[in-house]
Write a protein that binds this ligand. Structure first.
Ligand code: UDP
Length: 413
């Protein structure tokens, strides 16, 4: 079956027809997406699904990944932390390395970038490619996936100069929007319901994963899936578990892995292992980047999923868990607020104590867990599937392409 047809069953026929209608005007156009890692983290997860879907609609979409040195990725991780609000003082050489690597990559990608009708640059890492492509033909859009609501000013000042030259930018929530001299669009990310990460699995496969990680068959499972990153607060999750476990027995699984553009993972993993030491009911898993089915099975095996982030651009892990009908206890921040509707699809919390309280409540109330899980799945179906995401990208491309025209007639196609 053709890729798009497969989505009719999940999202509805009219949704797929609508995508075809919207894309008619964009058919044959060249679109290039650029980010800084092929695997690990939400952006890679999104692009792996978005790019084939664009192609299925007749758009020539490709995905390029920039290469960098460890000094470059140290610098861009610093940018990431600073944009999400940490005070990060970077030496001048760091900024120079950032610009040098961008100009090196621009040289390599020059032909593709110059000729493209649309270039989507994801996050700060490749943002300075633009200033190196002098005679660009198409529209360039900066897609910021991180929480930009209260950036550390000195770093943001540097980045703002770079992203100001773009034709438009995209943020995940209105909270993140910054004063910039071009149109800004709000588009929330999405999950692919047909991917290995989210497809239905047999009971046997879920049980198999439970056994593989030696999880107790009768003890509830609390799960957080995340890169080992301080903004995801894995140590806070362990603290919440320890408080909740005093009242009700449970096991905690922290599942994570690295992303090649995140140099801090190893240090945070050591902090997590230290915090978990001595408790046989905590599993700290380091999974390979393609362990999508394993993560899927863990999410299905879990009774409650946590995403106790302190800052979060969106949190695909939240959407993934909700799609599996799990109530989510999420940090009260950023993109989690779009998904975890307090007391409806889960609970939003601000501390380990708050998380512990909600864990206990849900473990004692099976009916509530089922009800919230059902609501969570419906909420994702209505708001966070790939088809909705793609529709908004297409609409944005049409809008940017037409510039300031008062009226865009889509019926011509
Ligand atoms: N993920 C994964 N393996 C891991 C940890 C995370 O495949 O060990 C996936 C996770 O399932 C989700 C994405 O990576 O699809 C993380 O996206 P999210 O938006 O939650 O966070 P980010 O890492 O982009 O900050």
């Amino acid at each position: 079956m053709d890729l798009l047809e497969r989505y009719s069953d999940v999202a509805g026929r009219e949704v797929v027809d609508h995508l075809r209608q919207l894309s008619a005007e964009l058919r044959g156009m060249k679109v290039v997406h650029v980010n800084s890692t092929r695997e690990g983290g939400g952006v890679a997860e999104l692009l792996a699904k978005m790019v084939p879907m664009m192609n299925a609609l007749g758009i020539h979409a490709t995905w390029e990944v920039i290469e960098g040195t460890s000094a470059f990725f140290e610098c861009t991780k610093g940018f990431h932390n600073a944009i999400q609000g940490n005070t990060v003082v970077l030496p001048e050489e760091s900024y120079q390395e950032y610009l040098r690597i961008n100009s090196m990559n621009a040289e390599k990608l020059e032909d593709k970038l110059r000729d493209a009708d649309f270039v989507f640059i994801h996050d700060p890492q490749p943002a300075a490619l633009l200033k190196n492509i002098v005679d660009r033909k198409g529209k360039w859009i900066w897609r910021c996936h991180i929480d930009c609501s209260r950036p550390y000013r000195p770093v943001w000042k540097f980045l703002r100069r770079i992203v100001s030259d773009y034709d438009a930018s995209i943020f995940s929530t209105a909270e993140f929007v910054q004063p910039l001299p071009h149109p800004q669009y709000i588009i929330a990310p999405s999950i692919d319901p047909l991917s290995e990460k989210n497809m239905e699995l047999s009971w046997g496969e879920v049980e198999g994963v439970r056994k593989r990680f030696d999880l107790h068959p009768d003890m509830p499972i609390i799960l957080q899936v995340s890169r080992y990153d301080r903004f995801k607060d894995p140590v806070g999750v362990i603290a919440a578990y320890r408080i909740a476990r005093e009242i009700v027995p449970m096991q905690l699984v922290l599942a994570g892995g690295g992303a090649s553009d995140d140099p801090e993972g190893e240090v945070v993993l050591q902090e997590v292992k230290k915090a978990a030491a001595g408790d046989p009911n905590i599993r700290v898993l380091v999974l390979p980047p393609d362990a999508h089915r394993t993560i899927n099975a863990l999410q299905r095996a879990a009774d409650i999923v946590l995403q106790k982030s302190i800052k979060e651009g969106f949190g695909l892990t939240v959407t993934e868990a909700m799609w599996k009908s799990k109530p989510v206890i999420g940090g009260d921040t950023g993109g989690i607020r779009l998904q975890v509707i307090d007391h409806y699809t889960g609970f939003r919390v601000q501390s380990p104590e708050g998380a512990a309280l909600r864990i206990r409540y849900l473990l004692f109330n099976h009916g509530k867990r089922v009800e919230m899980g059902r609501q969570a799945k419906r909420f994702v179906r209505e708001n966070f599937l790939l088809t909705r995401h793609l529709r908004e990208y297409l609409a944005l491309m049409i809008a940017v392409f037409h510039g300031f025209e008062d009226r865009i007639d889509l019926t011509r196609n």
